[in-house]
Design a protein around this ligand. Structure first.
Ligand code: 2AL
Length: 253
């Protein structure tokens, strides 16, 4: 099967890290590609960044449809563009926050999210409520780590461990969820230090998508996730006109 992991930001080093995490859990029959959009923000740590990451994500989904991709992972913890991607893709689409929170609820009664900046906490709470994890999610904590610092500063793992340890204590949680795709490589170390399951959403989402494709299950096309009605888009978005996927080249070339 062919699975595409989309890093919604444009930092290639982060895509490479995400790819390693996804590959580590991909089955032998899975062809996996990890892609970096040609347009979008270098990192996603605000609502503004998140909104402007969506055209790049949809471009990668549209290209994936033409390449026969059977399932997608959206590898940013805000799950940007998830609903829109589901409208375009013929196979399942899973976000990493969605996957991580569902996995965490299978592993304990309560979980705490350890994320990058405090300003992303609101989005994580919002997603927890959306995914039915509002009770199981007992706390969301920022580490004062800008996303791209995860690529350059090896000391960030110590902060993630310290914040995770305090979160377990304060929330009486059973599980830690890592709140950024850029933390994927820290998962084993943080888990070893804290002695509880630590969920990397990139790996969890990859396994979930793989499982759904194996089961022959796809997003229901019945109502809300049906292909969006064709219409004109103007200005910078002119390339997104006619999203009927029949030769659609989404995004500016
Ligand atoms: C993220 C993420 O996963 N990728 C990114 O650019 N920002 N999440 C976050 N909480 O900062």
């Amino acid at each position: 099967m062919h699975i595409r992991v989309i890093n919604p930001n444009t930092t290639v080093a982060m895509t490479e890290k995400i790819e390693l995490s996804a590959r580590a859990v991909a089955g032998p029959g899975t062809r996996l590609d990890a892609v970096t959009p040609a347009l979008g923000p270098a990192s996603i740590e605000s609502h503004y960044d998140e909104a402007l990451s969506v055209p790049g994500i949809l471009t990668e989904v549209a290209a994936g449809e033409r390449a026969g991709v059977e399932g997608y992972v959206i590898a940013c913890f805000g799950d940007p563009g998830l609903d829109a991607a589901r409208e375009l893709a013929s196979g399942p689409v899973v976000g990493i926050a969605e996957a991580a929170m569902h996995a965490a609820m299978l592993l304990g009664r309560g979980f705490s999210v350890v994320t990058t900046l405090d300003r992303t906490r609101g989005r994580a709470w919002e997603l927890a409520a959306r995914y039915g994890a509002g009770r199981a999610c007992r706390g969301v904590y920022g580490c004062a780590i800008p996303v791209l610092e995860l690529e350059t500063d090896p000391d960030t793992v110590e902060r993630v461990i310290a914040v995770g340890r305090a979160a377990l204590e304060r929330d009486d949680s059973d599980v830690i969820v890592l709140g950024c795709a850029g933390m994927a490589d820290l998962c084993a170390r943080v888990s070893a230090e804290l002695g509880v399951p630590v969920v990397d959403g990139v790996a969890a989402a990859t396994v979930f998508v793989q499982s759904l494709v194996t089961l022959g299950l796809r997003t229901s096309p019945r109502t809300e996730y049906a292909t969006p009605p064709p219409k004109n888009y103007t200005g910078l978005l002119a390339g997104f006109t006619r999203p009927d996927l029949a030769g659609w080249s989404a995004g500016p070339d």
